[in-house]
Design a protein around this ligand. Structure first.
Ligand SMILES: NC(=O)c1ccc[n+]([C@@H]2O[C@H](COP(=O)([O-])OP(=O)(O)OC[C@H]3O[C@@H](n4cnc5c(N)ncnc54)[C@H](OP(=O)(O)O)[C@@H]3O)[C@@H](O)[C@H]2O)c1
Length: 407
């Protein structure tokens, strides 16, 4: 039997509730990896639990209350009592990071905060560990999903800022009071944390200038599109002549920029350094289960030093015949019935055609189609039969299509 590892959970809202659920689902596997079985030994909300008792009965504290107080007080007391702390609280770290990191150092405990910036995108760990040896020159980030969703919708539909905001609220991508998201303050807190880590210098949120997206009009978006530009709320932290600039403002990007293709409520961070050129990470920036996953990753890291050798906790079968969508390109003779014959051979294997384009005439006739996902073995069986048709002028070419668009 694995020894229990007791977690004091402060806050049981969107993220705290999702964290408890996820921990319940993953506890066995974590026990198999770490030899310790994590369990929640106490929960604090406004109406439930007692902080002193929770602290006395836990090995680690997870702070998911949010805001400055009482979160700061509880985190400080937990660390002074020798507990590791995991938090998702960007406000707390961007205001009181130096004090908190100082106390963590003094008491030899870990203060982990992966979920405080860009949700589940592992940017904190990458800056603190993987890129610890890189001399970071600049960070660009889309670190607020609400504003990225609003700008994406304005660009996609041509709607006004107000309509896009109302849509974001109805889908749960924006809060009833979206002020701190749309005015750039939320992103500023996250950029202060990223800059602190990337440039090894204290950065307080008051040192981050920020501007929001409230003034952006449908006109701006229309012209931008004509010019091949996309508009994003971008956080930037960069070295300039031995100094540091940290700011958040709307900015246009050309299509080729790695952040230009980040749409909807997603977050992404680009880190630039002469040694690494550029690394971009993107993923969900918020949401209960997503944020809880980042919090749990921090808890596991605090329980045991990160493993340098992978553990085996299960034996999964390796599958080699999977479902894929396909692009199929055929050079065909220009005569009636070609499409019907190809479609019938595909249909016999259960393949259905999503879209089809017929191009060129005579010697140059081409038939190009995209086929809905099906087992690869069945698709290739159909392609083999298609390849034997007498009207094909060369072997058919098939390329897999990744259909996911994540927005
Ligand atoms: N939601 C997200 O998608 C997301 C993403 C990234 C990071 N985060 C961060 O995660 C943290 C938690 O966010 P959340 O969305 O889960 O917040 P939430 O849904 O508002 O939940 C907050 C929890 O804290 C409790 N609480 C509030 N004030 C308290 C006090 N004075 N004493 C004791 N408990 C108190 C609340 O108690 P009651 O239940 O009694 O109200 C509630 O259980 C925040 O730092 C937030 O910035 C959230």
């Amino acid at each position: 039997m694995a020894e229990p590892f007791r977690i004091g959970l402060l806050g049981h809202g969107t993220v705290g509730g999702a964290f408890e659920t996820l921990l319940g689902e993953r506890a066995d596997q974590i026990a198999a990896i770490t030899g310790l079985r994590p369990e929640i030994s106490g929960v604090l909300t406004r109406s439930r639990g007692n902080f002193e008792q929770i602290l006395a009965n836990c090995d680690l504290v997870v702070e998911l209350i949010g805001g400055l107080e009482p979160a700061r007080d509880h985190v400080l007391r937990a660390m002074r009592a020798g507990r590791h702390v995991v938090t998702a609280n960007k406000q707390l770290l961007s205001h009181h990071g130096e004090e908190l990191w100082g106390v963590a150092r003094e008491h030899g405990v870990q203060l982990r905060f992966e979920a405080s910036v860009a949700g589940v995108v592992p940017v904190i760990r990458v800056l603190q560990e993987s890129l610890a040896g890189a001399h970071v020159e600049r960070i660009h980030g889309i670190v607020n999903g609400t504003t990225n969703y609003i700008l994406s919708e304005m660009a996609r539909t041509g709607c006004s800022y107000d309509d896009a905001l109302a849509g974001a609220q109805s889908l749960g991508y924006a809060e009833a009071d979206p002020t701190d998201d749309v005015n750039g303050k939320d992103a500023a807190a996250k950029m202060a944390i990223l800059a602190r880590l990337a440039f090894d210098t204290p950065v307080h949120i008051d040192q981050v200038s920020y501007e929001g997206i409230e003034q952006i009009t449908a006109d701006d978006m229309e012209y931008a599109e004509e010019l091949g530009l996309g508009l994003k709320l971008i956080g930037t932290a960069e070295r300039i002549d031995g100094r540091l600039a940290v700011r958040v403002h709307p900015a246009f990007l050309y299509e080729g920029h790695p952040l230009a293709s980040v749409h909807g409520p997603f977050n992404a961070v680009t880190i630039e350094s002469s040694a690494i050129t550029e690394i971009t990470m993107s993923g969900p920036g918020a949401g209960g289960p997503q944020t809880a996953s980042a919090v749990l990753g921090d808890v596991i890291s605090a329980m045991i030093p990160p493993a340098s050798t992978p553990e085996t906790t299960q034996a999964l079968e390796i599958v080699d015949d999977v479902e894929s969508a396909f692009y199929l390109h055929m050079e065909v003779e220009d005569r009636p019935g070609v499409l019907a014959e190809v479609a019938s051979l595909l249909g016999a294997e259960g393949a259905s055609i999503k879209s089809v384009v017929q191009k060129g005439l005579g010697e140059r006739a081409r038939l190009v189609m995209v086929v809905h996902p099906l087992l690869e073995s069945r698709f290739f069986a159909a392609v083999e039969r298609i390849g034997a048709l007498d009207f094909l002028r060369s072997p058919p070419r098939a390329i897999r299509v990744i259909e996911e668009q994540f927005v």
